[in-house]
Design a protein around this ligand. Structure first.
Ligand code: NAP
Ligand code: ZN
Ligand code: ZN
Length: 347
């Protein structure tokens, strides 16, 4: 057993504070990763604060992990000591169901071991995430990261990156597509970068007028202020796809009004409250309402390799682990440009 330093939430109201626990010993198929950087996803806040109603405490959040391989088990073939590796939102799955065998482990019909706020394959031992000094993971669930990229800016690709890359690929976004990204935060800014990399016309739909210049700098072709009803009305029936990355309650009927005949609204944001959708927001334009969850190991590796080739990384603001609670408060106020990343040297 490996003593491990971390920060944890003790209950839904507690701030995150220093915490120690044990990682399992490195098994034959495992690698030990010394964590260098961990991104801060809004899902960390939802879960640390019990907003989804499924929280297990104490909870060590963090699923945007990049680090150095420090030890490998006797049967490991994909990674070697000294390599850079990444861990995203899950660390194991049943490996036998149709989703697992087709490389879409995130939709596993059996037990998925989420990186934190979940349980290991034994369905008992709690998992703990990346706000920690090290992690032990089966090599099949670790990603290879090119050392060419700026590693602190790669960390958010492990969740924010794949969560936006995967639906844009699934809905075949390309040069003929007119898409919009709703919410310019950690996920949203990656959605803009991927939308542009795939050749689409990209509009940012935001509540923050102050983000207009950034939206353009990130590559967006247009900016729409969602609090201005005139702008929303003018954009009626104009997008093939809207990727909704918003973390808080908002009106989906107004968002749907901007989607073209046969277009789709794809939800990736998970506000705590269930939205209400009027059937007439969908029926008269045969619109689809869909959702998408992270991405499988194969596609996450494809996304990381695509980013290494194109030089795509996240826009990050570095923080020390002691500032994690302040970072949460700033994210809730939409004050992050565009992903906080914890420098784990500060643990
Ligand atoms: P984030 O960085 O905090 O960004 C969320 C953005 O939503 C904000 O920057 C803001 O953009 C917009 N927003 C916030 N409050 C709003 C409100 N009341 N009305 C309208 N817009 C509002 O969060 P994130 O890390 O990108 O995560 C976004 C959501 O995706 C979270 O719910 C998270 O749990 C979820 N998530 C889902 C998956 C998945 O697999 N589906 C994976 C990761 C995360 P503007 O300032 O531009 O309006
Ligand atoms: Zn996440
Ligand atoms: Zn499975």
């Amino acid at each position: 057993m490996l003593p491990t330093k971390a920060y944890a939430a003790q209950n839904e109201k507690s701030p995150l504070t220093p915490f120690e626990f044990h990682r399992r010993a490195v098994g034959d198929n495992d690698i030990l990763i010394e964590i260098l950087y961990c991104g801060v996803c809004h899902s960390d806040i939802h879960q640390a604060r019990g907003e989804w109603g499924n929280s297990i405490y104490p909870m060590v959040p963090g699923h945007e992990i990049v680090g150095k391989v420090a030890k490998v088990g006797s049967k490991v073939s994909k990674h070697k000591v000294g390599d850079i590796a990444g861990v995203g939102c899950f660390v194991d799955s049943c490996r036998t169901c149709p989703s697992c065998t087709s490389g879409e482990e995130q939709y596993c019909a059996g037990h998925v071991s989420f990186t934190y706020n979940g349980t290991e394959a034994d369905q008992k031992t709690p998992t703990h995430g990346g706000y920690s000094s090290q992690i032990v993971v089966d090599e099949s669930y670790a990603l290879k990261v090119s050392p060419k990229l700026d590693l602190k800016a790669v960390a958010p690709l492990l969740c924010a990156g794949i969560t936006t890359y995967s639906p844009l690929k699934h809905w075949k976004v390309g040069p003929k597509s007119r898409i919009a990204v709703l919410g310019l935060g950690g996920l949203g800014h990656m959605g803009v970068k991927f939308g542009k990399a795939f050749g689409a016309h990209v509009t940012v739909i935001s509540t923050s007028k102050s983000k207009e210049a950034d939206a353009k700098r990130l590559g967006a072709d247009a900016f729409l202020l969602s609090t201005d009803s005139e702008q929303v009305q003018k954009a009626a029936d104009s997008f093939d796809l809207i990727l909704d990355t918003v973390s808080a309650e908002h009106d989906l009927n107004s968002v749907l009004s901007m989607i073209k005949l046969d277009g789709s609204l794809v939800l990736v944001g998970v506000p705590p409250q269930a939205p209400s959708v009027h059937p007439f927001s969908l029926i008269p334009r045969r619109r689809s309402l869909a959702g998408s969850m992270i991405g499988g190991i194969r596609e996450t590796q494809e996304m990381l390799d695509f980013c290494a080739e194109k030089g795509i990384v996240s826009d990050v603001e570095m923080i020390a682990i002691a500032d994690i609670n302040k970072a949460y408060e700033r994210m809730i106020k939409n004050d992050v440009r565009y992903r906080f990343v914890i420098d784990m040297k500060t643990l």
